[in-house]
Design a binder for this molecule. Structure first.
Ligand SMILES: [Fe+2]
Length: 225
């Protein structure tokens, strides 16, 4: 069993070396999310659901790996089997990805998006699932640091676009999750003692590739990797 003492003994990251995964995060943040149409926002919503499914898997693996880490256990209470996203008829304790799929189905968006992006979703999931459990755990900790900034960029899409079917629920997910992750004592603070290194780079590269499937984001040729 891995303990916090073995976490502390992990090799320190060389601060002089810029981390490659951070360049992928920066590329994601620099994508022109403000240009998304309402249909493209629905695509981002679907892709967020796919990512959240894998996040739940990785988090359950992480829970098994570090059962004695109090901050992680507290963070998990806010991600899995939780009511902290409760909205309309979604009130029972569930994982966050189930919130997203509930409203994607409720508003008839899921089927349309599966036809458009389902094949890619399978590719993304396979890339994430190919990472070893230690790396998948590290992607969880890195997501608690990076996703609030990325979610904030989604919210830069024009106000009128959010009127399309179901997008109010996606906006609820984003705004709530930014608070959960980035507030004082939030998910990032609870898990920021876990070291993160460039093993997570393939994860952020795969995430960047998913965003490039959205036409308004693909067209930004300046961001070719
Ligand atoms: Fe979180």
């Amino acid at each position: 069993m891995t303990t916090q003492s073995t976490i502390a003994q992990s090799p320190a990251t060389d601060a002089a070396e810029p981390l490659k995964y951070k360049t992928f995060v920066d590329k994601i943040l620099a994508l022109p999310f403000e240009n998304l149409s309402s249909h493209e926002l629905q695509q981002v919503w679907y892709l967020s659901w796919v990512a959240a499914v894998e996040f739940g898997e990785a988090l359950r693996l992480t829970q098994e790996m570090y059962p004695d880490h109090a901050g992680l256990q507290e963070m998990i209470l806010g991600e899995l089997d939780t009511t902290n996203l409760a909205l309309e008829d979604f009130q029972e304790p569930r994982d966050h990805h189930e919130f997203l799929s509930h409203f994607l189905n409720k508003h008839g968006v899921m089927e349309k998006m599966e036809a458009e992006l389902g094949e890619h979703a399978a590719t993304y999931l396979a890339a994430c699932r190919a990472l070893d459990p230690h790396t998948r755990a590290m992607t969880v900790f890195s997501r608690e640091e990076e996703l609030s900034g990325i979610f904030a960029r989604f919210l830069d899409s024009a106000e009128e676009n959010w009127d399309a079917p179901g997008l109010y629920a996606f906006k609820h997910y984003l705004t709530t999750h930014i608070v959960l992750d980035s507030s004082e004592g939030g998910h990032h603070e609870l898990t920021n003692d876990f070291p993160i290194d460039d093993s997570v780079s393939p994860f952020f590269e795969a995430r960047f590739a998913t965003f490039r499937l959205v036409p308004a984001l693909e067209a930004s040729g300046a961001y070719d990797a």
